[in-house]
Write a protein that binds this ligand. Structure first.
Ligand code: SF4
Length: 336
């Protein structure tokens, strides 16, 4: 379901823009829409108030918690069931963050990603994306949303941009605390700067070698790493937020000294930072995780060259592996 459909229902009942905003604010900030919470409704037209119980039921059904898997690092993986029974994963991150999914499955097919193995099953609607935030806010505070869960956001750009606009306005999340994560797609570079809410950008680079990138990310748009960094730099200068480059470290594949020299060549002097995420070997996709010592050494080399680099585990890694594993297990258990 799209947010626009919710707005249409409200407009059909006589709501003006200010009424739509009031209802969406109440929903996304969890102050309630039903009769137990009068404040948000007091100034709404009667027909809109009468619509609220049915609308509340509809909104509550958009994203339901199937299971929760807390991690040792303060994160928790949520398996979220959508209205049609499909499932996606959201991750509660430390420091009030939330990682949301934008597609059921993914068409990019990255070799090291569980989600990429099943292909794209369907898009996640803008209302379903926002509903993941609402669900998380019922459990804890959320002030930062990263679009790094299942799916490639630029392959569902209309829904993701609609969700970003709502999250950055009525849901009260700071624009630079909305992080659009992509393998790099020209449509995203063209459209994101035109939106009323401009998110920060995370670019999944993974290698500086065009040929290797094509192998690792078989269905990502063909943009060479050099051009990708140029496009990223332009976006960073437009928005005033640095680009966060993402790099899943795969032992013997993209953790060489040569790659580090390549990163230094590409990112030196750029408004950017590098996030190294050592691969989670539990995923069973035939890759190995480099040692923590090696990963620290690589991050250190970048630091010495004046490039900000962070080394991080993917959140909730101790619980159930990387993104897509909860869904894969639940699907296997359901036999669907
Ligand atoms: Fe899709 Fe991201 Fe997985 Fe690649 S890593 S297959 S883009 S979900």
């Amino acid at each position: 379901m799209r947010l626009e459909e919710i707005r249409q229902q409200l407009r059909a009942a006589g709501a003006k823009t200010c009424h739509e905003e009031r209802v969406l604010r109440a929903w996304t900030q969890n102050v309630g829409l039903d009769t137990r919470h009068r404040k948000a409704e007091d100034f709404l037209p009667r027909a809109v108030r009468q619509l609220l119980p049915a609308l509340t039921g509809q909104l509550d059904g958009l994203a339901r918690l199937r299971s929760e898997h807390p991690g040792e690092d303060g994160s928790a993986r949520l398996l979220v069931e959508l209205a049609d029974g499909q499932t996606v994963e959201s991750v509660l991150l430390p420091r009030d963050g939330l990682c949301v999914s934008t597609q059921v499955g993914c068409a990019v097919g990255c070799l090291f990603c569980m989600t990429g193995q099943e292909g794209l099953l369907r898009q996640v609607g803008s209302a379903e994306i926002v509903a993941q935030v609402v669900l998380a806010r019922r459990r804890r505070k959320v002030t930062r949303v990263v679009f790094m869960g299942m799916g490639e956001p630029s392959h569902n750009l209309d829904n993701v941009m609609e969700a970003i606009e709502t999250l950055g306005t009525v849901a009260g999340i700071g624009h630079k605390n909305l992080v659009f994560s992509t393998v790099g797609d020209r449509r995203a570079f063209e459209r994101l700067p035109q939106g009323p809410v401009k998110p920060a950008l995370a670019l999944s680079l993974h290698t500086t070698k065009a040929e290797l990138r094509t192998k690792l990310l078989p269905k990502a748009p063909r943009i060479d790493p050099d051009e990708l960094v140029d496009l990223g730099e332009h976006y960073a200068r437009t928005t005033g937020y640095p680009i966060q480059y993402q790099w899943t470290l795969l032992a013997g594949i993209n953790d060489s000294d040569e790659e580090i020299e390549g990163i230094i060549r590409l990112l030196k002097g750029k408004y950017a930072m590098m996030n190294f995420i050592p691969y989670n070997s539990n995923e069973g996709l035939g890759f190995e995780r480099p040692s923590w010592e090696r990963a620290s050494q690589l991050a250190g080399r970048l630091h010495q060259s004046g490039i900000l680099a962070r080394l991080r585990n993917s959140a909730g890694q101790d619980v159930d592996g990387g993104c897509g594993q909860l869904r894969a297990r639940a699907t296997a258990a359901d036999g669907t």
